[in-house]
Design a protein around this ligand. Structure first.
Ligand code: S3P
Length: 429
């Protein structure tokens, strides 16, 4: 297979959630272009509408307008769908609201831990009632909060962002330390909007100055580095050609996969570097490469946490017998599926030596053609990672389903086909 052409990944999922939430907290009407149309962002929009936000339809190519006079107590449960980011960040926002709201989600989300967010929010003064242990559904009654200084037990941007949003809506100071730096989109947006955020002695500090007013804004969302990673991987595994992936967010807290790929022997060029709303953006030029195994350290994991499935797939195509190890990736058990076990089990299902041992993941490279059936567990990133493996010449990789890609990359299969089949990725206008 050869790749060729120009392709644009969809809007960044993490920035899209934060943009629509901050727009809903802003005074006046905000306008967002390039917002991801994936189901997760629609979940955030639905939850905000349930609180009285006026949000225009989230659809491909549309500028989304967000306006709220004030949040009102919801009449029914707020459904976060499959989206952990919606649930956890909204808990932070609701902690500062003087009414009760119940959050719930789909079966996958209802299995994911929430105390990592609710415990520090309780320490700030939020009243949170569990219905069934450390998971959704939860009822939160916000109101008067107090300042918090907190060290997160894991490097999680969702925890950090929930606490910063609680500080903003509750008008109290928040100081956060994390074991390793997680994605910093919330911090960048706060700074972009002039919302009293800075770094002090390695801590992230939010300090309100008087009654905080979030100004309305216009924002253009860059393409999602995590979605681009699948296209990069397809190009690296190709037999020839060159792929240009336009308008990709290259925030260093998100691009660990490019650093790891470099060590594995694949160089991805960044051209046309620019700034978009406080975020670095570039076009990526990717070519096929011969890969070797590497070690991914615990410190690197937060910068590539969503790329482990696709990096593991690439590691399986490294030179015969060369091993890749991902250290301390236990957090992957707590994603949309038990990704750690499923990456290993699915690689084995297509004839690759792979194992999850304690919190580490080991993958052995092979040149054998991958053949077998993949259980995606309806996890979008597993579906896309193994679809990329299916592009290897002679591969016979069958996915249990493909619909889950709608969570973060609705046009994934169209784009994957376009860059391979016609060699004419379409430049969107
Ligand atoms: C996200 C943070 C990460 C990531 C998720 C999106 C965010 O989760 O895996 O896809 O937008 O803040 P954790 O905070 O649980 O690491």
């Amino acid at each position: 297979m050869k790749v060729q052409g120009v392709v644009r990944p969809p809007g960044d999922k993490s920035i899209s959630h934060r943009a629509v939430m901050l727009a809903a907290l802003a005074r006046g009407t905000s306008e967002i272009t390039g917002l991801l149309t994936g189901d997760d962002v629609k979940s955030s929009a639905r939850v905000l509408r349930g609180l009285g936000a006026d949000i225009s339809t989230v659809r491909e190519g549309a500028t989304v307008k967000v306006h709220v006079s004030r949040f009102t107590s919801p009449v029914s449960r707020l459904h976060c769908g499959n989206s952990g980011t919606t649930a956890r960040l909204m808990l932070g926002i609701l902690a500062g609201q003087p009414f009760a709201a119940t959050l719930t989600g789909d079966a996958s989300l209802r299995r994911r831990p929430m105390r990592r967010v609710t415990e520090p929010l309780r320490a700030m003064g939020a009243d949170i009632e569990e219905k069934g242990g450390d998971a959704l559904p939860l009822t939160i009654r916000g109101g008067r909060l107090r300042a918090l200084t907190y060290t997160t037990p894991v490097a999680s941007a969702q925890i950090k962002s929930a606490l910063l949003l609680a500080g903003l809506t509750g008008n109290v100071g928040v100081t956060i330390r994390e074991p390793y730096r997680s994605r910093d989109h919330t911090e960048r947006l706060f700074v972009h909007l002039g919302l009293g955020l800075h770094e002090r002695a390695g801590a992230i500090v939010y300090e309100p100055s008087g009654r905080p007013v979030v100004p309305s804004f216009r924002l253009s969302i860059p393409g999602d580095a995590s979605s681009a990673a699948f296209l990069v991987a397809a190009a690296v595994l190709a037999e020839g050609g060159e792929l240009v992936i336009e308008n990709v967010g290259v925030n260093p807290t998100r691009t660990g996969f490019l650093v790891v790929l470099e060590r594995m022997g694949a160089h991805v060029e960044r051209v046309n570097l620019r700034d978009e709303g406080g975020e670095p953006v570039a076009d990526l030029v990717t070519r096929p490469a011969a890969l070797r195994g590497t070690e991914v350290s615990a410190a690197e994991v937060p910068t590539l946490v969503d790329e482990v499935p696709v990096l593991a797939v690439l590691a399986s195509r490294a030179s015969e017998g060369s091993e890749t190890v991902f250290r301390e990736v236990g957090e992957l058990r707590l994603k949309e599926s038990n990704r750690l076990e499923l990456i290993a089990a699915n690689l084995r299902a297509v004839g690759v030596e792979a194992e999850a041992r304690c919190n580490d993941l080991f993958v052995c490279g092979t040149t054998r053609r991958p053949t077998g059936r993949i259980d995606t567990a309806r996890d979008h990133r597993l579906a896309m990672a193994f679809a990329v493996l299916g592009t290897v010449p002679g591969a016979e990789v069958r996915l249990s389903e493909r619909a889950s890609v709608a969570i973060s990359y609705p046009q994934f299969f169209r784009d994957l086909k376009r860059i391979r089949e016609t060699g004419q990725g379409k430049r969107e206008t």
